[in-house]
Structures are given as structure tokens and as C-alpha cells.
Ligand binder design. Sequence first.
Ligand code: ASP
Length: 425
Amino acid sequence: MTKRVVLAVHGGAGVINRSQLTSETEEIFRAALRSALSIGYEILMEKSYKNHQCNLSASIAADAVEAAVRYLEDCPLFNAGAGSVFGNDGRIRMDASIMICSTAFNTADGNVGGIERDIAAIETDKTIQMSRYPQTPQPQAGSVAGVENVKNPISLARAVMERTKHVMLIGKGAEEFAQSLPKEVVETRRDDYFWTERRWTQLIEVRKREEQLQRQQQEGTGMANFTPMQNMEVQLDHASEAGQDIMDHDEQKFGTVGCVALYIPVEKERETEFDNPLIRPQLASATSTGGMTNQRFNRVGDTPIIGAGTYANHLCAISCTGHGEHFIRNVAAHDIAKRLEYKHGYGSEEGKKDGSALQKAVEEVIFGTLIGNGIDKGSGGVIAIDRDGNFTAEMNCPGMYHGWIYEDGEMKTRIFQDERSHKEP
Ligand code: ASP
């Protein structure tokens, strides 16, 4: 049965083992995930309706994912917003993206109501063309990369989507755009808001390892002139060593944050959904990060790249976390969405009832594509939902901070790979 409201969040994936988390630390993370879930859920249940810009057709789902990610950006536990990691030059540069799509609702007879109605409304020759090449609802997207001093990069990404004709703004230009926006939409903060001792220590540690590596390689190869690119050491926020409590070892922290949401209007409103696109089913995805510790040369990961770290269309919404370069090369989020549709037939007559299609598509990418030949695997995880409310979370590493909530308010958090019960998504 289709679920009306589903929301899931993640706070990064990586080497997160039970031996590294005391029960207090674990509870702090789970509580943060629960708070983010509650904030998004309240919006989806229309208890705290924000919708401040309301000029796009998936604004309730957008409000929910933005609000949940804003909470996680403000929470210093995670590598985004206030908790972001430092780059090699001691600066914090953040990336974020949001993608939304309003979907047509599947009627009881299996027709896709919204699309058929749209087709009927246009001229005959175009109708023929459209039935041959079925049109799908158009998603919207916004992203920012390499921004400094923006309190909530996800809100800036949303502003790009809703207030410009562009999809992606970077660096100084994105910051100028931020300055031009009302404070209720995007706030800026001075450097000290983002500075934390533990993140600084983390940078120093990674730099030390980098120097050591470079020395060893110089000695071993006799190469006097190597470029930093060849011997660069960067660290995923959640890379860590066994036997150490994560809270005690600041160089091994946490990760990127993300949220996916499905919102379907309540039954009584469905009859008017064709007249009012604002109440069609909506899917949304949002992801935000501080990138990788010691990253340099304005390195940008997958988070702000639409299709790599974030994707949403009329069938599903996906948010990724992990080693960004691998997610970019494999266009991971988009690959999941297209496998779901083209390979597993989800959304088509034959495939539309397949509640396990999303799970299969996610597994293929996480355990297949991203692992590759296993030598240089793309470590990370994904949260994803489809338009029937099927939710899945997968990781190819020991842990991912994540949680989900259904319409009835049933909420669950999970951290470790081996924590999953056979009944869970
Ligand atoms: N994907 C992010 C990046 O590569 C990092 C993360 O997920 O923690 O920038």
C-alpha cells in the first residue's frame, strides 16, 4: 500500500564500528537523527507548514527536506554547516544541493492521472507525439559549491532553485547571491561560528599523515619533485580506526547530511490535484557537506553534483554520502533512479507494483558499481524512497547514521550495518 508520508535522514557513512561508540555517544547521534526526523515529519503532516516561497509544485516536500537538513547543518556533530571540516588552507568550504519533483498520482485503475490529463489538454498532433514519447514531470534542482560563511548552504541551494534560472552557483558568486537574499532565507556567519578545535586538530592530524606519506614516497622512489596532487592525503569525515571512541578522536568524525521525503496529499484533496499542482504527490532530496578534511585546490565532491550525490524525479528521491569522487564517476544517485525505472520497470504497467525494485537498484549501485573490482572501492551509503513510500538505506561500509519515519509516526534510527532486522527496509 502506498504510504502518504515518508521521510528519512542520514548523517554520513563510513568506518563506524560498535567498538568506537560508547552508549552515550551512540544515543547523542540517535537523538540528533530523531530531532531531524521530527522536524521534517511535522512539516509533511502539515503541523508546521512553512512554504515561504511556494512558487514550485513540490514545496511541502522541499520544506521538509530543507528543514531537516538545516537542523543537521546547525548540529556540530555532523560534517555540514556548523560542524564542517577544514580544507588544507584552513578554510571551510561547503557544498549542498536540493532536488524536487511533483509527481502525477497513480489512480486505482493504474493510469497515471496527472500525466494523462496533461496530455489531453494539448493539441492532437502533440498528443500523438507525447504518447509515443511519454512526458515525465520535470524535476527542479538547485546547488551550491565551495561556499564560505553561509550558515545553511541547503537554504542557499534552495534559493538557487527557486529564485534564479540556474541550477548551480559556486564560490564567491554564490556568496554574493547569498548576500543579496533576505535574512529569513539565507543567513551568513563569521569564521568563528564554524571554527571548532576538534575540526582543527583533525586537519593537523591529516596534514601530518600527508607529510609522512610524502616523505616515505620520496625516500622510496627517489623522486625529488612530486606534485601535491600525487601524494595528497584527504580524509572522509567518518573514516576511523577500530577501538577508538569517535567522540574522543576528533580527526575521525561523522559525515555529510541528507534527507529524502515523499509527501502525498490527503485523500479528500486528490480530486483537485490536477487543478492544483501544489497538492500532487511530491518527492524531494537534499544533501549538505563540508567535504573532506584537507581537501585542496577547491576540490568539490559529489554532494552538490546533481545526479551524483543527490537526485529526485517523479519516481524516487535519493541522497548519498561517501567518497565523492566515486559517486561522481558513477553518477551514483542518477544511476539508481534510472535502474529503478529502466531495468526494474518501476512506474511502468508491469513494474509499478514491485515494492522491492528500489532496494534492488540501490543494492546494484552500492554493492556492485561502487565496489568495482574491490581495489579502490567507493565507500559510502545511500538513503532512497520511491513514490509509493518504499524506503531503503544501504551502505558498503560498517556504518551510516540514518533514520526514517512513516506517516503513522513510527520512527527508527540505525547506525551499524549489522543492526538491521529482517523486517526492516
Ligand atoms: N560525499 C562527500 C564528499 O565527497 C563526503 C561525505 O559524504 O562525507 O565531499
